[in-house]
Design a protein around this ligand. Structure first.
Ligand SMILES: [Zn+2]
Length: 113
């Protein structure tokens, strides 16, 4: 499962950040998932449930933020949020857009003490 590996990586990064801050417990983790990242939020939650026992994030909350897609037209450079998965420029109507946002998986914040 793709999400298990991603969650493991995110958890390791969070633990490292917490330890560097001198904290012993992680209370909250916040991740941002792009709508086009291919990551299933439910699968990510399940992976978190499976991985957290025995870690300093054992009792942590997992907040998932779904990031919308943002595109830029390659011809007129207007930026727009597509309604669905056809990225038509609202100004020139051509389906050729560069995806600026929506592909990411980011660890946004770690609350620890
Ligand atoms: Zn355009």
């Amino acid at each position: 499962m793709h999400e298990a590996g991603l969650m493991e990586e995110a958890l390791r990064a969070a633990e490292q950040a917490a330890r560097e801050a001198g904290a012993e417990r992680i209370h909250r983790l916040r991740l941002r998932i792009g709508r086009l990242s291919g990551v299933e939020p439910e699968a990510l939650r399940l992976a978190f449930e499976a991985l957290r026992p025995g870690t300093i994030a054992e009792h942590a909350h997992l907040d998932l933020e779904i990031a919308p897609v943002l595109c830029r037209c390659r011809r007129c450079h207007v930026e727009f949020a597509p309604e669905d998965f056809v990225f038509l420029c609202p100004r020139c109507g051509i389906p050729s857009a560069e995806v600026l946002r929506g592909l990411e998986l980011e660890l946004l914040a770690v609350e620890a003490s």
